[in-house]
Design a protein around this ligand. Structure first.
Ligand SMILES: NC(=O)c1ccc[n+]([C@@H]2O[C@H](COP(=O)([O-])OP(=O)(O)OC[C@H]3O[C@@H](n4cnc5c(N)ncnc54)[C@H](OP(=O)(O)O)[C@@H]3O)[C@@H](O)[C@H]2O)c1
Length: 351
């Protein structure tokens, strides 16, 4: 049932990684949360965490590749918590592999979850938000939505597709003068369980490409985007470098990534052949928000802060600049006036 004054957010992929950290932060900030993912253990743990933090929470086990199941989950969440104010498309899967070794079924699955999963979430959100003329859809993106890297072609393709889909939707919302907002948060490399359970065809265990950030950095940006929706936010200076500078010299970046992109995505440890992957089924157990790279991960991003507070920081700097200038002007005028008086120039001295 709706509770007056409380906002409701739906988070897909809420059982682990970025989604898990985001669920926690939204609960802390007074949102009620609808949590979607497949794995019952992680989902249940996420629900309990949110409730301990004072939120009303409902966990629904769903595969986002299934449009009807996502739509049914949205209805269940609204029945339990009330109208959805914010929908966060975060769930993803990927495969670490050269293109030549990818099977069509794997590419289809990455596309169904990472691209179509976001489309299904967006459709379920729009169905509810458009008639009310309010709500925010937050798409969790990546620098790889603009600049692909080797060994993750299916995922890069899906992230590009999400970006393209939302660009069309944004134009349509503007055309219709809708107050429903779409915002995309482009994230840097993050220390999440992804790298421990991803399907991997490489010789060594995968890793996020440094610099690596903790998932809480992403959660803060997602919360900010939900509460201050604008077209896009970039988190991490490498994200902006990839999105803004990459297109200026694409051929050069191709060569750079061909040289560095293989080693940068792998640790020195050999793959564990017994490790289960999460491509078609969830991996059993509760995996939490963090991956195996705590000791190498940043807990904050100055660039993320700048991306969120740029307008306020610039306004503050302008005001300080004007005040300093006004003070300096007064000092200069005072000196000029004393000099003029000492030489008997009364009009210049202001008498
Ligand atoms: N980690 C990074 O370096 C990084 C960098 C840039 C952007 N991102 C973005 O951040 C987001 C989260 O990534 P992450 O690193 O946190 O991933 P993650 O650790 O692998 O977590 C993925 C989440 O998605 C859920 N999920 C996977 N397949 C699903 C399906 N078919 N249906 C429903 N839920 C499903 C997983 O839970 P179940 O298995 O229980 O379903 C889990 O909760 C993604 O959008 C990704 O593109 C991550």
């Amino acid at each position: 049932m709706p509770e007056p004054g409380r906002r409701v957010a739906v988070i897909t992929g809420a059982s682990a990684g970025v989604g898990r950290a985001t669920a926690r932060l939204f609960a802390q900030r007074g949102w009620d949360v609808g949590l979607l993912a497949r794995g019952a253990d992680g989902l249940e743990a996420a629900r309990r965490e949110a409730e301990v933090l004072g939120a009303r929470a409902i966990a629904v086990s769903v595969d986002v590749a299934d449009a009807a199941a996502v739509e049914a989950a949205a209805s269940r969440i609204e029945d339990a918590l009330g109208p959805i104010d914010c929908w966060i498309n975060n769930a993803m899967v990927t495969v670490f592999s050269p293109v030549k070794d990818l099977r069509p079924r794997e590419i289809e699955r990455v596309t169904q979850v990472t691209y179509l999963g976001s489309v299904h979430g967006t459709l379920a959100a729009l169905k509810r938000m458009l008639p009310r003329d309010r709500g925010v859809i937050v798409q969790v993106g990546s620098a790889l939505a603009y600049r692909s890297i080797p060994l993750q072609a299916a995922y890069c393709g899906a992230k590009h597709a999400v970006q393209g889909f939302l660009e069309s939707l944004r134009c349509e919302l503007l055309h219709d003068h809708s107050r429903v907002r779409v915002t995309m948060v482009q994230l840097p490399a993050l220390n999440t369980p992804q790298f421990g359970w991803v399907r991997n065809k490489l010789a060594r265990r995968p890793q996020p490409v440094p610099p690596i950030y903790q998932p809480e950095v992403a959660a803060r940006a997602i919360l900010w985007a939900a509460e201050h929706p604008k077209r896009e936010y970039n988190v991490g200076y490498m994200t902006t470098a990839a999105i803004v500078r990459g297109p200026r010299a694409p051929g050069l970046v191709d060569r750079y990534l061909a040289r560095t992109g293989y080693a940068a995505q792998q640790t020195s440890e050999p793959v564990d052949p017994r490790q289960a992957d999460n491509l078609f089924e969830p991996v059993l157990g509760d995996h939490g928000a963090h991956g195996a790279f705590d000791d190498r991960s940043h807990r904050g991003s100055l660039y993320g802060w700048w991306s969120r507070h740029k307008a306020a920081a610039l306004a503050g700097a302008t005001v300080i600049g004007l005040l300093v200038r006004a003070g300096a002007d007064r000092r200069v005028r005072g000196r000029l006036s004393r000099w003029a008086r000492s030489r008997g120039f009364r009009r210049l001295a202001g008498r």
